[in-house]
Design a protein around this ligand. Sequence first.
Ligand code: HEM
Length: 449
Amino acid sequence: MFKMMGSAISRWTMPHFAAAIVFFIAAQIAMIAGISYPSAPLAAPMTLAAVHLLTIGWLTILMLGALHQFVPVITAQPNAAGRSALVSLVAILVGLGAMETGFVALEGRLAHAAVLALPAGGLLVLAGAIAACASLGRTLWRARPLPFAARFVAIGLVFLFATIVLGILMSLVLSRPDLMPWPRVISHGLQLHLMAGLIGWFTLTAIGVSYRLLTMFTLAPEERGPLGTAVLLLCAGGRAATWLSSVADAAGAALPAAVIAAAAAVTGLGLALYLIDMVRLYRGRRRHKLELNTGMALPALIAFALCIPLAIRIAVLGRAGTLGGPLAYLLLFGGLSGLGLSQLYKIVPFLTWLERYGRVLGKQPVPRVQDLVDERRDRPWFVLYFAAVALGTVFGLLGRPLLWRAAILAHLIASLMIFRALWLVRRRAPLIVHPPAFAAPSLQRSNSA
Ligand code: HEM
């Protein structure tokens, strides 16, 4: 069996990535076409449909696919996800399809009875998350005490469940208000759902995975010392405290606003320390020439950094109506998707290289991982992607939806070109034939990543 630093290759990771890419493209097309935000209001059902293409279809499937591969690596466990990863993917795909039907029905474009597809789809997504977490959780459990990066992942997975369960509750209230006349679930639940999903699940997991990948690919020290511990404690503790105090508030405990604000500030401090630690990580790296994936993680980290003053502005001035959309856009497209795209640019060639050449390493010449990509050709697309997201955020802040859509079109084109580069890696990586049948000049005996 192929091994990746002692762990098997997860055969369902690539299908996760392929599905995620399709949803990322679909979400951007919905935004450009003007059927969802920024042309429609944030709370419009078609916006919710596009948001979930992005949050479940793209980011959640991408992250679960990556975790199926990296949790065994992070925890130095030999087993990769088996069939449960496929079951999870299928359940999430069918569930998301049903949720999308439900959102379209909420908009009034389908028979009203179809609204029930929304909670039904949510339950299937929950089943998919349980299947994924059963296998990931088993691996994490065996690796106790958990390594540093895995702790973020374990906490992120708890928030994934909180997000989905709240989503299902809200969808039940929306689809059967006659049976569940609980408007408080929507008014308080949405904020809890957003916090659990965007910060608890996405951001904490991205922090954990980025610590592992960026130290691995830049050859920086993995041990993050007291600063790393502070990031973990403040981010996780602050998130849990914000979430629990908001739950108590929603349940009528009437907590002083200062308690919730203080808990949110602790998370903000943790995120700021994470960004400082990333600067330290890049400065302490042993691989001096940055490859495209590690170079392009930098604008994504800058996007995360810019989210902090925007979030503070919203908290202080209470202008969630005008700033909330651009903030969510910057976080989802600049920070999370930017990090996802840049790391895919390394993970896909790396896994392809291991699949094709792992068996013959050391026995015959093989290409280097970097020979599978053409950084010169692909760099301008990454630059266009991040420049377009930056412009989109500015147009969003200025309240110019048409220009914002033009910026989204630009990053759709850039992401399509990046996906084309990944497709070429899968298609063109030369297959090893026994005995060695090729000896192109660029091929050399190497096991370097
Ligand atoms: C990883 C999982 C998820 C994430 C990150 C996520 C994220 C979000 C976000 C960002 C919004 C706000 C959209 C806006 O205001 O335009 C939202 C709203 C919503 N989500 Fe989710 N979501 C997830 C899963 C689910 C699931 C499984 C369901 C269940 C059907 C669900 C149901 C809803 C509903 C009903 C709303 C709208 C509530 C309202 O304003 O009336 N979500 N979600």
